[in-house]
Design a protein around this ligand. Sequence first.
Ligand code: GDP
Length: 194
Amino acid sequence: MHIKSAEFITSAVKPAQYPPPDLPEVAFIGRSNVGKSSMINCLVQRKSLVKTSQTPGKTQLVNFFLVNGCMRFVDLPGYGYAKVPKSVQQQWGPMIETYIDQRPNLCGLFLLLDIRRDVREEEGHILQWLMKKKLPVRLVLTKADKFSRSAAQNRLKILLEQTGLEKNDLLPFSSVTRQGRDELWSLVSSMTGI
Ligand code: GDP
C-alpha cells in the first residue's frame, strides 16, 4: 500500500466523540507495551504518528487516524499494565466493548500478542467475544524479530493450540524488520475493500 497521508483525527472516550461513521475502520487492540504504536507507525511509514508509550497503559482513549483520506485506523486502549491503578484498568473493558458494539463501520480487528507470550485471560475473552460478533479478527504476533524463523514456527504451533484459530489467522510481525507489513496491509485491504 502506498501511503500518501496519515493523520491523527481525534481521541474519544464515548461514542458521541467518535468521528461520523462514514469511512471504513480497522481497529488494533493489545496489552500495553505489546508494540501496537510501533506497528501502526510502521504500517503508515511515520516515525511517531502514534506516540510510543513512555508510561505504558496511561492513556485510556480510543484514538482515530485517517489514512490516505479513505480509511481510519483505530488505536484502542492498551490493557493489563500492572502499574496503572485498578480504576483506570477497569475502564478499558467497557471502552473497547462500546466501540466494537456500536461502530457500524468497523470492518475488522487486529489483536496483538507478543510472540514470546502465551495467550492469557484477556486475549481469550476478546477472541471469544469477537467470534460471537462474527467480526473478522486476526492475531498479530509482534516482535517476531526476537525469534529465528524456526523458533517462530514452533511458537505459532503453540499459539494455534492455545487460541483454536486457523493458521491463516495468525501473522508474525516486526516493526524492526518490517516482517509481515505487506501481509497486514493485504488483510486491511480485504477487510475494508480498499
Ligand atoms: P505499545 O504500548 O503497545 O504501543 O508498544 P510500543 O510500540 O510503545 O512498544 C513497546 C516497546 O517494545 C518499545 O520499547 C519498542 O521499541 C518495543 N518494540 C515495539 N515493536 C517492536 C518490534 O517489532 N521488535 C522489537 N524487538 N521491539 C519492539
